[in-house]
Design a protein around this ligand. Structure first.
Ligand SMILES: NC(=O)c1ccc[n+]([C@@H]2O[C@H](COP(=O)([O-])OP(=O)(O)OC[C@H]3O[C@@H](n4cnc5c(N)ncnc54)[C@H](O)[C@@H]3O)[C@@H](O)[C@H]2O)c1
Length: 505
């Protein structure tokens, strides 16, 4: 049996969460700091002052090893620095490690007046969090970001399920105003027909390509593949088929496919009987790193992409990175543009991994997919309705969408248009060196960075139709560098024209 182990920085609320979770699972709650204080016969502060941190860490490592070796499964709150020990990190692999993530400012606000020995100086505190963060992230099977009050309680049924899943399964919890759901990453679920996060009476919506790989999807609704299926006519067709099946509102629609199926089926779920629950099972790279999360659903009009839609958050997202093996190479490559975009937004370790170069002839590291999802979910949780921050996810999209529309839907893949759009956005950002680097990364991945046969005036017209337009001006998302992407910039028309011009052959 696996222990459920809570990790995270000081102030994340591990001890109280352990008590709550243990109660619900019928297990004992253990707190390694409290156990150590009992063993030392003094407070951790006194032990630190008398014997120093090294002696404390040694005792901590020993105690954690003993607790993890216990047969009886329990819920364990681990001290904030326990993951510094490589032995402890290794021992945790077979248990369910839940990282209660808290941003630096929130963590400091919670502990600044406590007696914790490592919370005496704010700068040192932030430096310590930066140092430890990678260990928290790398050992975690489940991440509950920012630990908002109530998030652990909402995530609890999913944590219980995760305890029963294979050790490789991982989860990111996300929540906003009035909603919360898990993105679960578990390789192999599609081939096993094991969509365990869905309800029994769910109906799948997929496309012909997916149904060819997984014939059981033919029992559900199957649409034609590709962007041309993202129409209001197709929404009507899906809704009519649901009605023919006597599908009622309380049941669940399950979108199994790429971004097209996700957007289309998600929109059908948003409007069918004024709203039906749905689950996303993204199978393309675009969908796994981007479109399946955040609840934006919709279809295209002939005039512009994604012009009709609704915000409708899924009940869950189930990601099978093994499915990417069946994805045509050109689609994988196209999806990589969203990876590059997301890495630019995230900066840090994700940007480093992408900048180091990724060989797409080999299976993509599932860590990259996971980190892209985490980045997107964090942005959406901060701004579900695109009021401000969420617009950063459109880096490269204003020009990209315009080129996609001007070329005619179905001519360029969405990701290919985004790749070209990224080059445009970085030129507008005045980031010429970063632009060269990104162009090189995209080129090496097999993505286009210019297009032919597209009319400049038409692209500029399409930019003016951008959904983010306010009056006459279209705000652009610009980058000051990796990890520094901001929305709402106005750019002179002449600069936009010349940035577009250099993208057209
Ligand atoms: N809602 C959002 O937030 C959001 C974000 C980004 C993109 N999008 C939308 O996503 C769409 C693009 O998504 P996409 O690139 O996934 O396109 P897509 O859904 O058309 O999928 C690409 C192709 O790959 C096939 N495919 C998908 N998964 C497969 C698998 N595992 N094995 C074999 N074939 C597979 C599909 O049948 C299709 O032919 C666009 O319409 C875009 O507007 C939406």
């Amino acid at each position: 049996m696996r222990h459920l182990v809570l990790t995270g920085f000081m102030g994340a609320g591990k001890s109280s969460a352990a008590v709550r979770i243990a109660k619900s699972l019928g297990r004992d709650a253990l707190d390694t700091d409290a156990l150590l204080e009992r063993q030392f016969g003094m407070s951790i502060v006194s032990y630190f002052d008398r014997h120093g941190e090294d002696a404390f860490r040694e005792a901590e490592q020993q105690l954690v090893a003993e607790v993890l070796a216990e047969e009886k499964p329990s819920v364990i709150a681990l001290g904030g620095g326990a993951l510094q020990s490589a032995k402890t990190r290794k021992a945790l692999a077979r248990h369910l490690v839940v990282y209660l993530e808290l941003d630096a400012a929130a963590a400091w606000a919670r502990v600044r007046n406590s007696k914790r020995p490592l919370a005496r100086d704010e700068n040192a505190f932030h430096a310590l969090l930066r140092k430890r963060r990678a260990h928290y992230e790398d050992t975690a099977h489940a991440i509950i970001p920012n630990a908002p009050r109530g998030a652990v309680r909402e995530a609890l049924p999913w944590l219980r399920d995760l305890l029963e899943r294979p050790a490789g399964a991982r989860m990111i919890w996300t929540s906003g105003k009035g909603w919360g759901y898990p993105a679960v990453f578990e390789p192999g679920v599609l081939a096993r027909r094991d969509l365990w996060v869905t309800r029994r009476d769910a109906v799948t919506v997929s496309d012909e390509n997916l149904a060819a790989v997984h014939p059981w999807l033919k029992e559900g609704i199957v649409v034609a593949p590709g962007e041309t299926a993202k129409t209001l006519a197709q929404v009507e067709s899906v809704c009519s088929q649901l009605a023919e099946r006597n599908f009622e509102r309380g049941r669940q629609i399950v979108a199994v496919g790429g971004g097209v199926v996700g957007d289309l089926a998600g929109f059908a779920a948003a409007v069918y009987q004024r709203g039906t629950p749905f689950v996303q099972v993204p199978t393309s790279l675009v969908a796994q790193v981007d479109s399946a999360y955040g609840g934006k659903t919709g279809v295209d009009l002939p005039a512009a992409k994604n012009y009709v839609g609704a915000y409708h958050q899924p009940d869950a997202v189930l990601v099978d990175t093994d499915a990417l093996a069946g994805l045509p190479r050109a689609e994988l490559v196209a999806g990589y543009a969203e990876v590059v975009k997301t890495a630019l937004i995230a900066g840090g370790r994700l940007w480093k991994a992408v900048a180091a170069g990724v060989d797409l002839s080999k299976p993509l590291d599932p860590w990259i997919v996971f980190e892209c999802a985490r980045t997107k979910l964090a942005v959406v949780a901060a701004d579900e309705r695109d009021a401000d921050l969420r617009q950063i996810l459109n880096l490269g999209h204003t020009i990209g969408h315009a080129i996609e529309t001007a070329a005619g839907y179905g001519t360029l893949r969405h990701g290919e248009a985004v790749s070209v759009g990224l080059a445009g956005a970085l030129r507008l950002s005045g980031q010429d060196a970063l632009r060269e680097q990104v162009v090189e990364i995209c080129r090496a991945a097999g993505l286009p960075v210019t297009v032919s046969g597209v009319d400049e005036r038409e692209v500029l017209e399409c930019i003016k139709l951008d959904k983010k337009r306010k009056g006459d001006s279209v705000p652009f998302v610009l980058a000051g560098g990796p990890g520094d992407v901001t929305p709402g910039h106005s750019v002179p028309e002449s600069e936009v024209r010349s940035a577009v011009k250099e993208l057209l052959e």
